[in-house]
Design a protein. Structure first.
Length: 301
């Protein structure tokens, strides 16, 4: 019996590695009919389902595997499927249990940050992203996640510091360069912002294809960054629509139209950047600088 079980398991693993999901699933099920408590088969069948996005089917398998053999792998697998199945609170509980097995398990810290971001818990999101940095100071996903976390909360000096650190280690990310340019402008450093934009327009191949590069630039573990960028882009599209409506109305009633102030111009600059229109972005950046100069009092030399 033991030899038959082992043979079934070996064949199921072979089919799984070859990507033959249906045949692997049948093989694991056949094995579990003969031995319902074979925890490796429960674990692997759960993985087969999870890889196909069938987390509702994976959860009971991972749960049983964990009860039979409580270890970091079974615990984390269960947590991931719970998270993907929108059972965020339960996922957090098992992620914390995962860390009792392995305190410095980076993937668990990252997923905890994502889970707390989904729940709107800023304090815990920041804590777990910083935990990753403490474990691995140059971790790409955590640096990017913190950069966007700080940016969305108007903590611009901290955001800029993380972006600069990220781009030194991992140059070429167009989305973070856009944010970097906008922060420089918000801090009043228009010249540096304009220089960065000009360089990007000339040198960055993916700069004018933001939607495509957004999807390609970030991996699954970068969800904190990705969700932030999606939120920013959605707001940008909405603002652009509102501004375009305002422009259309101004043609009918020009006396009622008021041009954007410096802050609105900065927002429009970012908006056009995120919609792949660097020329318009530069125009509004220059306009914002002129408005800023008009509103600031003359300084003594």
């Amino acid at each position: 019996m033991a030899q038959e079980i082992q043979a079934l398991f070996n064949e199921a693993v072979r089919l799984e590695r070859n990507g033959e999901w249906d045949r692997a699933e049948s093989q694991y099920k056949l094995l579990l009919e003969k031995d319902p408590n074979y925890h490796l088969a429960l674990q692997n069948l759960g993985v087969v389902y999870a890889k196909q996005g069938k987390h509702a089917e994976a959860i009971p398998l991972f749960s049983k595997a964990y009860k039979l053999h409580a270890n970091v792998k079974n615990c984390y697998n269960l947590a991931v499927s719970l998270y993907k199945h929108e059972e965020t609170e339960k996922a957090i509980s098992f992620l914390k249990q995962t860390l009792t097995f392995e305190k410095k398990f980076i993937s668990a810290h990252l997923l905890l940050a994502q889970a707390y971001q989904k729940l709107g818990n800023d304090e815990k999101t920041e804590v777990y992203l910083n935990n990753v940095i403490k474990i691995e100071p140059n971790h790409k996903s955590a640096l990017g996640g913190l950069a966007m976390f700080y940016y969305e909360r108007n903590r611009f000096p901290e955001s800029l510091k993380m972006i600069e650190r990220y781009l030194i280690l991992y140059p070429g990310n167009a989305q973070l360069k856009i944010i970097q340019s906008e922060i420089l402008a918000k801090q009043g450093n228009y010249k540096a912002s304009a220089t960065l934009l000009s360089t990007m327009v000339k040198e960055d191949v993916g700069f004018t294809n933001f939607n495509e590069s957004l999807q390609a630039a970030w991996k699954e573990e970068d969800e904190v960054v990705h969700e932030s960028l999606v939120r920013i882009q959605s707001k940008a599209k909405l603002k652009l629509k509102e501004f375009q409506t305002k422009l259309e109305l101004s043609k009918e009633n020009p006396e009622e139209f008021s041009p954007p102030d410096a802050q609105e111009a900065l927002d429009l600059s970012l908006l056009y950047l995120f919609n792949g229109n660097p020329e318009k972005a530069m125009q509004y950046l220059v306009f914002a600088q002129k408005m800023k100069e008009k509103t600031e009092p003359d300084r003594l030399p």
